[in-house]
Design a protein around this ligand. Structure first.
Ligand SMILES: [Zn+2]
Length: 386
């Protein structure tokens, strides 16, 4: 049965159909044994469309296929074998892939892993079309679908997905699950991704390139869009086999990981600083008779909101900007005065409400000879005496 999907890359449903192919059999999964069987084979429609948001090309009414231990007719010919040999050698040379841990999802005929294992790499492959698990040299093959939630128990140096993503109706979710799992476990794997390039099929009007097995038809742009949406940093992207494949080498973005890992810390720290500012203000309030708060709008008003419940009612709210004098702080109800009111008065304390304007305010205090005992300024530690 066909089912209706959103764009596998960007998750929107804004498309233009480019070709409708009616009653097509499944091309590579299960040949018929008799003519009768052949004529009774299931056929399904394909609606190939272009996403108007990310330009990804996909079959918006795919058929759910099972690749588990079936009579697949995928065949690796001599040219493809030569290509894999050269491709693997280039990859190992360029990225110094030696004594490393490699995971391949959908390892197919295992040619890639066998080549890679020659350089003392430990290789694990998941391939549902095999009938049993096996080990050969440095290669372990698990004869089942890869499960992102259960099968990443090691810090693999590389996760390889060659000619896999085009088979998924939700490649974003599949990769996102893998990446989330890596982050949770504290692993940091690089990715080698290879997909067929749809561009030559489009340019050559190769209508028979659209097959049920391929739900997604990636271009350089749509693959890039998918990887960037996943916060992956693309180290390089190139095409191979006369532009027929796109290869992407990527890694998890360090800036993204840095902030992601600090999410909980930021939450704790902001909760802490609010309490600390209130505690510090309370202490300053009890230690000083006069309190002047300098900086009344924007960031200043934000600070006043945090400590307002602790005010005695005789605090001065001051600003450097004369257009604010006499006005009231929104939602707080306190009036802003001129700093000139402080001249010739003995002031116990001034609280500068913005670290960004601190130097400017200190200059004004000095130029106007304002006599103050203690000056405090907001910092990440609370209200600091300066
Ligand atoms: Zn899209």
């Amino acid at each position: 049965m066909n089912y209706d999907i959103k764009c596998p890359v960007c998750d929107t449903k804004d498309y233009i159909d480019i070709v409708e192919l009616q009653k097509y059999p499944i091309s590579n999964l299960g040949l018929s044994n008799t003519k009768k069987q052949s004529l009774e084979a299931d056929v399904f429609d394909m609606n190939i469309c272009i996403c108007q948001n990310c330009t990804h090309i996909y079959n918006r009414i795919p058929v759910r296929l099972d690749y588990q231990q079936n009579n697949t007719t995928y065949f690796t010919n001599a040219i493809q074998k030569k290509y894999i040999k050269e491709f693997t050698a280039d990859f190992m040379n360029k990225y110094k892939v030696q004594n490393q841990k490699i995971l391949e999802i959908g390892s197919g005929d295992t040619l890639f892993l066998k080549e890679i294992s020659q350089a003392s790499n430990d290789c694990v492959g998941y391939e549902p079309s095999f009938t049993r698990d096996f080990k050969e040299g440095g290669v372990i093959i698990m004869s089942r679908y890869f499960n992102p939630l259960h099968d990443i128990n090691d810090n693999f140096d590389w996760i390889v997905l060659r000619h896999i993503l085009e088979h998924f109706d939700t490649p974003y979710i599949f990769l996102k699950d893998i990446i989330n799992h890596l982050i949770t476990k504290g692993f940091n794997s690089k990715f080698l991704i290879e997909v067929p390039n749809i561009q030559p099929s489009l340019d050559g009007l190769r209508v028979n390139d659209f097959i049920h097995e391929h739900i997604s038809h990636f271009s350089i742009y749509s693959l890039k869009y998918l990887l960037q949406r996943l916060n992956l940093n693309i180290i390089e992207m190139f095409t191979t086999q006369e532009n027929e494949n796109i290869v992407a080498i990527c890694e998890m973005d360090k800036d993204y990981l840095n902030i992601y890992h600090k999410s909980k810390l930021y939450k704790d720290n902001f909760e802490h600083i609010i309490v600390k500012l209130q505690e510090d203000f309370n202490r300053i309030r009890t230690e000083n008779n006069t309190i002047v708060i300098w900086g009344a709008e924007g960031r200043g008003a934000g600070f006043i909101k945090i400590v307002k419940e602790l005010f005695y009612g005789d605090e001065y709210i001051i600003d450097s900007d004369k257009s604010k004098f006499g006005k009231f702080i929104p939602a707080i109800g306190l009036q802003i005065s001129s700093y000139k009111n402080l001249i010739d008065k003995k002031i116990d304390s001034i609280i500068i409400t913005t670290a960004l304007g601190k130097d400017n305010i200190l200059q004004e205090i000095k130029e106007n000879n304002i006599d103050v005992k203690n000056i405090y300024c907001l910092s990440q530690f609370g209200l600091n005496l300066i």
